[in-house]
Write a new protein. Sequence first.
Length: 234
Amino acid sequence: MDDWLPVVCASAQFGILAYARTRSTKRRDTPNEPHKKLRPLGGSDMQVTVLGQGGAPLGDLYEFLDEADALGTLRTAHASGIKLFDTSPWYGVGLSEARFGLGLHRVPRDSFALQTKVGRHLVPNPRGHEGRNVGWSGGFHFSTKFDYSADGFERQLADSLQRTGLGRVDSLVIHDLEPTQVCLPAAMPAQGARPSCSRAAAKIQSRPRAPSSRPRSTSTGPRATTASRRHART
């Protein structure tokens, strides 16, 4: 009997330590990490974390972002328990989507939800100005063309699936479909007063704009001015 006593004591001690470690891990993973709380996305039954990882900065929004930093951001977000990853073809004119694919393709696909957007085609830019001609600090060599048609949406989704390489898109958002302002020159008030603008539905643009121009008020790109947004709300 005495020979079995050390074995029994050692087994009991190991069990107590394992239980304590499990309890400690549970306490650390739930109350102190509110970003892991799940909720439905919109009116769907898809559960996502209350905190998501956005993709605009990963498209070289204000400055060039190193590839290692961009991919490390995505992998760290996923490892921290974030389950919603939001990007768009507009972010870095394709660069953000490509980085999302590179940063997430090695993790289990069912461990996160991918959201991207439709409303623009990316058109190759032979001049090689990256995304700077449409307002980004870097990005891919594309210009943009608006298209809100059903056929356009299908093509844009197919393009996004190619850029990300992640097999599917879990949530698709119509990008920049919003009211805009219309200012008529004949209705302009006296000098020094604010222009008289009416609010109207944004028209679908079927023709590409010149590389140096952008939609005055339908665009919500990185360089959209505060003034145009303020007028759009009046």
